[in-house]
Design a binder for this molecule. Sequence first.
Ligand code: PGA
Length: 254
Amino acid sequence: MDSKPTPLIAGNWKMHCSLSEAKALVDGLKAGVAGLKDRQVLVGPPFTALETVARTIAGSAILLAGQDLHWEPKGAFTGAVSAPMLRDVGCTHVIIGHSERRQFFGETDETVNKKIAAAQTAGLVPIVCVGETLEQREKNQTMTVIEQQLRRGLLGQKGDAIAALVIAYEPVWAIGTGKVATPEQAQEVHATIRRILGELGAKEAAAACRILYGGSVKPDNIDELMRQTDIDGALVGGASLQVESFVRIAKFIV
Ligand code: PGA
C-alpha cells in the first residue's frame, strides 16, 4: 500500500519583508507551529532576509527556501544567486519556475530543467512550480500544458530523484486573485501530475513525491484542499505574510 508523504506547508513571501518584518513574522511562526507533528513547515523569504530568517529559525523545525537560483555555481551573473550560496545561508529547499518568474523574468521549461539539476547537485530540494493560465484552462489545455511543463522541466530526472522532488501545482488564474481552484479541480490536476511522474520515474517514486497546491490558499479553504487524495501540502503566498493565517494553514485539519 502506498502511504501518503508527509505534508509540507510552504510560505512564498515573494518581494515582501524588511529585516525587522521578517524577524517578527518568523518569531511568531516559530511560536505558533512549535510542536506541530506529522507535517513540515517552510518559509521562502527574499534573498536579503535569508540570513536573518536562518538565524531566527535555528533550533526549530521550520525549513528555509530560496525563491529562485541561477544554474551555475558561480560566475559573472550580476544579480543572480547560486545553489551553493543558498545552501551556505541555510536553505534546504528552493522554489523553481514560479509562474511570476515565467511571466516576468523569462523563465522557461529549459531553464527550470537546468535549475533543478543545479539545486540537486548542491543538495537542495527543488520545489518545481507548474500551472496553466486562465486562457489555457478556458481552451481546455490544462492537462496538456501541465504535461509539457513536467516533461520538459523534469527531463533526465529518474526514480529516486523524482521521489525527492516537490511539485507545486499553481493555476496562474488562482494566484493572488482570491479565486481558489475547487478541491475537485485541484485534485484532478494533482492526480494527472502523479500519473505523469509515474511515467517519468516509477509508481513508488510518484507516490512519494509531494505535490502541493498553490493559489489563494487561505485558512478557510486549506482543510478541504488537504482532504484530497493527491494534495500533499500547500504553497502559500499572501496568507503566509501574517502569523495568524499561516499558522492556521499549517494547522490544517483533515
Ligand atoms: P497566493 O500566491 O497564495 O497569494 O495566491 C501563491 C503563490 O504564488 O505561490
